[in-house]
Design a protein around this ligand. Structure first.
Ligand code: OAD
Length: 229
């Protein structure tokens, strides 16, 4: 099979009870993205934004990884460095299912970040605007998540992995948000095969060589069994 790059999105955690963003009752139908997921929104109302991510952190802590997360952990055990797993999710469920090497391109709920000095530390369950940084003591702490208008993390590593990939797989992502939405085109142009696993094909359906439609908890374990036998 060679080298596999997998990109996951909110759909892989949907059956763990965590809402997606753009489905019928998704988070962006209930919250204004500009208010809770941009640097400008945070500057206007840090408490609202901290409360939004405190709720996400609580939901993630109460959720359990599902059979799709577990299947990707098995795949990592079987093929090791030939798997490069990058997630847009901030929920930590891949790690809790046993995956060890996960690239969090949109950050993670379980770390806090100091906007003043760049220090990172384990996030408390409830973050507050008046919290100070344990390193520089300034009250500039924020969730360690990437907001719209900010550069996602570890992009150089991700593009290097895509350039070396034989197969690119997108799981449970709508393909609406760049740069992640551009990975499939990049993978294709570098010669990789492309596979989408999703409840319904996403925005970039034409760029995938193969589509497996179905809920992640069924489709992902079946596909992993196909790969590792
Ligand atoms: P979306 O909510 O945009 O898309 C979720 C995808 O999962 C959709 O294509 C659904 O069809 C699919 N889906 C839903 N339930 C599923 C299931 N049980 N099994 C398989 N697929 C299922 O979420 P993302 O693509 O992850 O960024 O969103 C990308 C980014 O937009 C997020 O990381 C977040 C958001 O705004 C930031 O906040 C910066």
């Amino acid at each position: 099979m060679g080298k596999i790059v997998i990109l996951t999105g909110a759909g892989i955690s949907a059956e763990s009870g965590l809402g997606t963003f753009r489905d019928v009752d998704g988070l962006w139908t209930k919250y204004d993205l500009a208010e809770v997921a941009t640097p400008e929104g945070f500057a206007r109302n840090p408490r609202l934004v901290q409360d939004f991510y405190n709720a996400r952190r609580r939901n993630a802590a109460e959720a359990e990884p599902n059979a799709a997360h577990a299947a990707l952990a098995r795949l990592e055990s079987a093929i090791g460095d030939d798997l490069f797993l990058v997630t847009q999710n901030i929920d930590g469920l891949h790690e809790r299912a046993g995956s060890r090497r996960v690239i969090h391109m949109h950050g993670a709920l379980d770390t806090a970040l100091c906007a003043a000095c760049g220090h990172r530390w384990p996030a408390p369950a409830e973050m507050r605007p008046e919290d100070t940084c344990p390193d520089c003591s300034r009250p500039a702490t924020r969730p360690d998540v990437v907001w719209f208008g900010e550069m996602p993390y570890r992009m150089d590593e991700i593009y290097d992995a895509i350039a070396a990939a034989d197969l690119f797989v997108a799981i449970g992502t709508s393909g609406e948000v760049y740069p992640a939405a551009g990975f499939v085109g990049e993978a294709r142009s570098q010669g990789a095969e492309t596979l989408e696993i999703n409840l319904e094909p996403g925005a970039a359906r034409g760029l995938f060589d193969r589509v497996i439609a179905g809920p992640a908890t069924r489709a992902v374990p079946d596909w992993v069994a196909e790969v590792i036998g």
